[in-house]
Ligand binder design. Sequence first.
Ligand SMILES: Cc1cc2nc3c(=O)[nH]c(=O)nc-3n(C[C@H](O)[C@H](O)[C@H](O)COP(=O)(O)OP(=O)(O)OC[C@H]3O[C@@H](n4cnc5c(N)ncnc54)[C@H](O)[C@@H]3O)c2cc1C
Length: 351
Amino acid sequence: MFKDPVCGMEVENERLSFEFEGRRYFFCSRGCLEKFRNSPKESLGKYIYDLLIIGAGPAGLTASIYASVLKIDTFLLTQDFGGQAVDSAGIKNYMGFDFISGKELVNKFEQQFLREHYLAHRIDEAIGIKRQGEFFEIQAKETRKMLARALIIATGMKRRALGIPGEERLLRRGVFYNLVQDAALFKGADVVVAGGGNSGVQVSIELKNLGCRVWLISKGKLIADAGDIERLKSSGKVDILEGFEVVEIRGEDKVECAVIQAADASVTKEIPCKGVFIEVGFLPNTEFCRDLVGLNEKGEIKIKPDCSTGAEGIFACGDVTDCFGKRIIIASGEGAKAALSAKKYLLSRKK
Ligand SMILES: Cc1cc2nc3c(=O)[nH]c(=O)nc-3n(C[C@H](O)[C@H](O)[C@H](O)COP(=O)(O)OP(=O)(O)OC[C@H]3O[C@@H](n4cnc5c(N)ncnc54)[C@H](O)[C@@H]3O)c2cc1C
């Protein structure tokens, strides 16, 4: 694995490379290679753009492809390519594919972006935005500050943590927030799943299918789809403990047990287990922009039908917004809409 010196993306193959001062560099795309060839010592070069898109999940990638087709001078800043969709084991509701894994679909999005609709981009985290006259100034963790006349925020959601002792220390050492990559490690093991929504019940079914003994811990009554609850119950013995919470995860250097407690604190139990899967919902990624745009009570960015927000020049799309339906196809559609609206806004400013 190599790191593209221009955008910071991890490059898996050696297809695109260039030698400079005795060292060979590898690139994610022809666009980044050309940039480096023209100016090897200043990888980012330009830092003022008409439009800056933050996030490259389905919403941000679609907005980027539209921005490229609409010939908007655009920069894409993102922590990764693909977003949450990468975690989906199988997608059955995306047009054009009867069935496709999240990884495969995202790979197709990424290749379409890099090969056909290249835009300058950088792997980094946006940590702040402020207004500077007619521009927005975007602060990222590692890249220098950038200026843009308009913004599209497409930062999606991240998994909610329980915030309990042992959770962070034992992360990926038995504590997981999703199953896809690590499922095989738990074949036949005793495991605890925290969360009685759709994700918690679906993960419990998958773990049952791996021959695990599953304890499903839910703060209240299970709220997953009735069909999934039925499938779980018919998949063999599952201990479903409603009205309980996981309050601690114990283990030296890997998970050894979960401590659960009744909602009224009347009962506390230890469950010896090898894995704890935390599936207690999602939080919108809005920390860096919450002072500029209006949020609803769930922390989602409030948008109008054209994806504009409470702040002139800032557009938002996908799961980070209050738009109904957290789905790939909806996030993509909203991304397209946000780019069209940003174009209209930029044209109106030029007049
Ligand atoms: C396990 C799982 C299975 C799913 N299965 C399906 C399914 O089968 N069908 C379906 O339609 N939907 C499914 N979904 C939902 C779907 O994945 C989401 O609705 C969709 O990914 C939302 O896209 P998005 O672009 O809005 O956000 P995200 O996919 O969350 O992407 C956000 C992007 O923003 C970036 N980012 C975040 N914060 C910052 C920051 N501060 N600075 C820079 N970049 C940042 C992230 O790195 C990421 O690239 C599933 C979700 C999960 C978790």
